[in-house]
Design a protein around this ligand. Sequence first.
Ligand code: FUB
Length: 335
Amino acid sequence: MSEEKNLKPISEPLITSIYTADPSAHVFEGKIYIYPSHDIDAGLPEDDFGGHFGMEDYHVLSMDSPTDGKVTDHGVALHVKDVPWAERQMWAPDAAYKNGTYYFYFPAKCKDGAFRIGVATSKNPAGPFKAQPEAIKGSFSIDPCTFIDDDGKAYMYFGGIWGGQLQRWQTGKFIENVKTQRDHEPADDQPALCAKVARMTDDLLEFDEKPRDVVILDENGKPLLAGDYDRRFFEAAWMFKRNGKYYFTYSTGDTHYIRYAIGDNPYGPFKHTGAILNPVIGWTSHHSVVEFKGKWYLYYHDSTLSGGQTHLRCVKVTEIQFRPDGTIETVNAYK
Ligand code: FUB
């Protein structure tokens, strides 16, 4: 990312008192609430499996407006010690609202070394949240995104490859012993691993069906291949709907793009359309897209606040523009 380092960021960190990442933004009670990861230096060595991302808790942030620069940090909303099933690594979360309750979704590693996804609830969008005693049954991997469609049906999109372990669940059972994070990844000429989607139960606490593949098609209508590193799904699923179209958005991980693919229903398939965000300073890229008062905003992170350290990131926001055909103008985070 040396080129980006010589340029000026288009946005400043929303908050500098703590490191934050993976911002999931929602409009609740007329404000923007942001549900980020809370990055810390846990003193863990960088390894092949993302062990250096040793996060222990979550803070919720809020803003009256995405552009006024005033951010409230509501403090600790959930700590790993208060989650009976989780042991470590509180990674990228999301939130949803239904019938007077706020739902907070988060991945964490269990004692067996597998990531699972949990849910915690509160009457307040800023928490504190009380965790359910068990992880969501049938959940695995990382990066939950919960999307509630106009008909009230809710869906969870999730998954991440390499350190996110998606490749270790292809048989439906967790493969425990691997030598590298890429063991069990498909060959380059095979279809890429897909994010997963499952409809949620009415109470938003469990999956209501077995998770299905989120298939992303190329320009010829063929599923993207595992070797299509610039476009294939890696992690950071985020779904939004605009003008009746479903936008499945995600990070390409090791090639550092945030991309989008458009479909006609929540399950897809989705046709790869383009990039929302070009690579940022830092290794990971993770985002959300939200509409506020008729404008659309991209919440994202980079590692500028820590001078480029992979695991110490800061969340930012910028407005995005849609063209008349529904495509998105790609954001360069530095100019
Ligand atoms: O924050 C830890 C992990 O890094 C997230 O779960 C991924 O999406 C990546 O941003």
